[in-house]
Design a protein around this ligand. Structure first.
Ligand SMILES: Nc1ncnc2c1ncn2[C@@H]1O[C@H](COP(=O)(O)OP(=O)(O)OP(=O)(O)O)[C@@H](O)[C@H]1O
Length: 863
């Protein structure tokens, strides 16, 4: 129960964060949402433009009907054929001496040549099946099959959309009452001069007939003109092909953004940081998954269904709405899973974006190609088409293939395309029952029987989704990531993964290391305590080797390191750049795995029980890892929810680092402010162990001291592990100081102990006159035997003078030094003497510092 509560809380936290990011980057969010919607709208407009009546032509000029056609043609066809429309056309016919086919005349009457005006019982004769068989005489297919053509078409109340037939204006039900208020009709013809003249005349004639029918004048009719729909001309084949491509494009669109979001958080180290804050892997992944599903797939699906349903898209018009919604949603869901699995492999956000775009453009192109030439898909699928190529097997894990397979089947079954067999039923509404039937191979030009039904394809989409969700989880665990710990590929077969391990750490055999270890009492004591003591932190023979490209054996960042730390103390880890400090912290916080060895933190093994350790550790990483669009308060609230700790006083912690009144987002913070926020986040959850990796880098002296105070107040009863390059910081905070050189521990102890052990006791700084360096060095080394030149920087020389050495002559030497200084020489010249030239411009003697210790230890380490 506790586990579920924790996961729910972490989910809530992550979703808050996702939502805030969306709100804070409205341009990106809107682009993500609007690009697909605008694409649909644009496409819809283009299609509509092709087929919809255009408003704006007026009834003007000569309204007399030109001579009507004779022979195998109909002058005027109208739709729908029903009592109300027939009444209007009957009136129009009688007003203009045109013969009108009776209300219930069979379709064959249309081709009998007896009538000028005929009604069409099915919109299909009017809508999809008309082809322009000559420039001047658009024909209605069905009639055109018999060589018949029509000059003008009239559509009442609704345009050519079959769905709209359900929504004929109510007032149409009573021809004699109120009809003038709501009559809406469209007149179709092509755009040649001849039929253009018909258009005006027919529109004007119908308007007049309506007026006399209803006894009202003037009439409030509305009408529009359009070219006679061309049905399945080449243009609309393209449009239909593009429908599938567009659908594939839209459903794959969220894919790209998911890709770059997931890869971006891996790249920035945020994913690793959240993991160290004990955010569950599956909570992290599912939060992104659900976010994308809700934000993109669901709205896009709904908008598409709405738009498509009211427009001329064949796919939607010919398909049961619930079926199309399921297919679109299934593929959208699968695309998100597919994208997430890939994102686990592509850790670079830029690369991920490029590959994401590639995928979805490919989906669109495939959609268009397969839909324009639908049989292509089935020919490719046919085993006998290519001897050694099995498309079903090859594309099995390619969800776009399955998605297109369904769309193409719908297109084939419900179209009359002559080139695709022409046996499709253009009146068919593709339903769930059709999903269970295989396609007629003739229709698809496939050489072999088609074995898989569209339902099988839909099932495969869900199988794909399940497999990709698993792969996402698996790849996240095993794919090498320098910023996150990973499992070996076979981790599923290890008992420890299933919770069957002893749960304890493995003893490390120290004998070999003992033999090779530097014979140093402190280091040996450290090793013995690490192996046998009961300190809060015991690092045991920890080794980390990075595999590097082109370098056999890789880079050893830590060599069998032993270190201990007690609770209630602050350990300062010093080391040159690349010494291995961050690597050690990353291992201790579970960001990366050690190559060998272990560390015991409050009794738990870092190798086997990192999950437990992460519940009581806080970390301030070396590089700022923040969400750029969130404020300090929001960071604290969300991270606190993830840490699942009730008692956080986030406002108090923020006040301690002077960020409580800052309301800007973190990307607008200065470097020091980011660091302070990072320190504040590390304190959330009242951790027992706090890892601070160079916490005060970039801070001004006032804020640095503020953070020092905070860390000192915090440390009571806890263990603080700190890395720094600031010796002052190490000296002020560090009760125990450990110096690393090239991945090896070189010295350990308190600052005082190290100073007395390594430092020379004093530090002599000399600024020489020009060209006098060598003479001065000789003078010091001979005058103070045992002293050492530690720095030589042009005229600036630094000598270390050992405290242990007995310098009884030191006073005398310093007087000699003063005697050759510029001031003294000038005094002598003023006094009338003729002294030798000055050798020293200035000099000073001070106690040696931790920096001297560090330099000495590092130098010894390198030797
Ligand atoms: N992911 C990695 N792949 C290969 N080598 C790495 C990787 N991470 C660190 N190293 C190497 O390991 C060594 C130790 O690196 P680390 O970051 O621990 O040093 P550091 O002491 O923290 O240095 P600095 O003070 O500059 O932060 C370096 O030589 C570094 O190049």
């Amino acid at each position: 129960m506790e586990y579920i509560k924790t996961c729910a809380r972490q989910h809530w936290a992550m979703n808050q964060k996702h939502l805030l990011e969306c709100i804070r980057s409205p341009k990106t969010t809107l682009a993500q949402l609007l690009i697909p919607i605008f694409t649909v709208l644009l496409f819809w407009t283009v299609i509509r433009e092709q087929a919809t009546p255009r408003n704006g032509d007026s009834i003007a000029g000569d309204l007399t009907l030109p001579p009507l056609c004779t022979g195998s043609c109909n002058s005027i066809v109208y739709w729908p054929l029903e009592q109300r429309t027939w009444t209007v056309m009957q009136k129009f016919g009688s007003d203009n001496s045109l013969s009108v086919a009776p209300l219930n005349s069979p379709l064959s009457d249309a081709t009998s040549g007896q009538y000028h005006i005929i009604g069409l019982s099915s919109s299909d004769y009017f809508d999809r099946d008309a082809t322009a068989s000559s420039e001047d005489a658009p024909a209605i297919k069905g009639l055109a099959n018999n060589g018949w053509m029509s000059l003008v078409g009239v559509s009442f109340a609704t345009h050519i959309h079959s769905h709209s037939a359900r929504s004929l204006p109510r007032c149409f039900s009573d021809v004699t009452r109120n009809m003038s208020q709501c009559v809406d009709f469209a007149v179709y013809s092509n755009n040649t001069e001849k039929t253009g003249r018909y258009r005006s005349a027919v529109a004007g004639g119908i308007t007049q007939s309506l007026a006399s029918l209803t006894g009202r004048s003037p009439l409030k009719t509305s009408f529009s003109y359009a070219a006679l729909p061309n049905g399945d001309s080449a243009g609309s084949i393209f449009a239909r092909g593009a429908e599938s491509g567009l659908l594939a494009f839209l459903c794959t669109f969220p894919f790209v953004f998911l890709f770059s979001h997931l890869a971006g958080e891996s790249e920035s180290g945020m994913r690793g940081l959240l993991k160290t804050m004990s955010l569950k892997d599956w909570v992290y992944l599912s939060s992104w998954f659900i976010h994308h599903l809700l934000l993109f797939t669901v709205p896009i699906s709904i908008v598409m269904i709405m738009l498509f349903n009211m427009s001329y898209f064949h796919l939607f018009k010919a398909t049961d709405t619930s079926l199309m919604l399921s297919v679109v949603f299934s593929y959208g869901f699968c695309a998100v899973a597919w994208g997430s699995a890939w994102a686990m492999v592509l850790k670079k956000s830029r690369l991920a974006t490029i590959i994401g775009f590639f995928f979805f453009i490919m989906a669109m192109v495939m959609g268009i190609v397969f839909s324009i030439g639908p049989m292509v898909l089935y020919i490719v699928e046919s085993p006998s088409a290519f001897d050694h190529f099995n498309a079903v097997a090859a594309f099995f894990m390619f969800p776009t293939w399955h998605f297109l397979r369904i769309l193409v089947t719908i297109q084939l079954k419900t179209s009359n395309w002559s080139f695709s067999g022409g046996s499709g039923d253009s009146n068919l509404l593709f339903t769930w029952d059709d999903m269970k039937q295989t396609l007629d191979p003739n229709l698809a030009y496939a050489k072999d029987p088609i074995t898989h039904t569209p339902m099988w394809s839909l099932g495969m989409i869900w199988v794909n989704a399940a497999v990709y969700i698993f792969l996402m989880w698996y790849m996240d665990k095993v794919f090498p990531d320098p910023k996150k710990s990973t499992y070996p590929p076979w981790f599923l077969f290890t008992p420890s993964f299933w919770g069957f391990s002893s749960g304890g750490y493995q003893d490390v055999d120290t004998e070999d290391h003992l033999m090779s270890y530097v014979p140093d009492a402190d280091l040996n004591h450290e090793m013995t305590s690490a192996m046998q003591g009961n300190s809060a932190l015991r690092v045991q023979a920890l080794r980390k080797e990075f595999k590097t490209m082109g370098c056999l054996g890789g880079k050893v960042a830590l060599h069998h390191l032993y270190l201990t730390a007690d609770s209630g103390t602050i350990v300062a880890l010093l080391g040159h750049n690349g010494a291995g400090k961050t690597t050690l912290i990353n291992i201790l916080t579970g960001k990366i795995n050690p190559t060998s060895g272990d560390a015991i933190v409050f009794g738990h093994s870092a190798t086997y029980e990192m999950d437990k350790i992460q519940t009581f550790t806080g970390i301030c990483p070396q590089h700022d890892t923040l969400w750029g669009d969130l404020t300090a308060q929001e960071h604290m609230r969300i991270m606190s929810l993830i840490r699942r700790f009730e008692g956080d006083d986030t406002q108090d912690i923020l006040a301690r680092v002077k960020l409580d009144e800052v309301s800007s987002i973190s990307s607008q913070f200065s470097g020091g402010m980011k660091r302070r926020l990072q320190v504040a986040i590390s304190l959330l959850g009242n951790p027992s162990v706090l890892f601070l990796d160079e916490p005060t880098t970039g801070m001004d002296p006032v804020n640095r001291r503020r953070v020092w105070d905070l860390v000192r107040d915090f440390k009571r009863g806890k263990l603080v592990f700190l890395t720094t390059h600031a010796m002052e910081e190490a000296e002020v905070l560090g009760e125990k100081i450990a110096v690393l050189t090239d991945g090896e521990l070189r010295s350990v102890g308190s600052a005082l102990h190290l100073k007395s052990k390594f430092s020379s006791g004093y530090r002599l700084n000399i600024i020489t006159m020009d060209n006098a360096q060598e003479a001065v060095i000789n003078m010091v080394l001979t005058g103070l035997p045992g002293s050492r030149l530690t720095e030589s920087n042009s005229a600036n020389l630094v000598f270390a003078i050992g405290a242990a050495d007995n310098h009884t002559d030191m006073g005398m030497f310093l007087r000699r030094l003063e005697a050759v200084s510029q001031t003294k020489i000038e005094q002598q010249i003023e006094a009338g003497f003729n002294p030798p030239p000055a050798m020293i411009r200035d000099w000073g003697l001070s106690n040696s510092t931790l920096e001297d210790v560090f330099l000495t230890v590092t130098r010894l380490g390198h030797q």
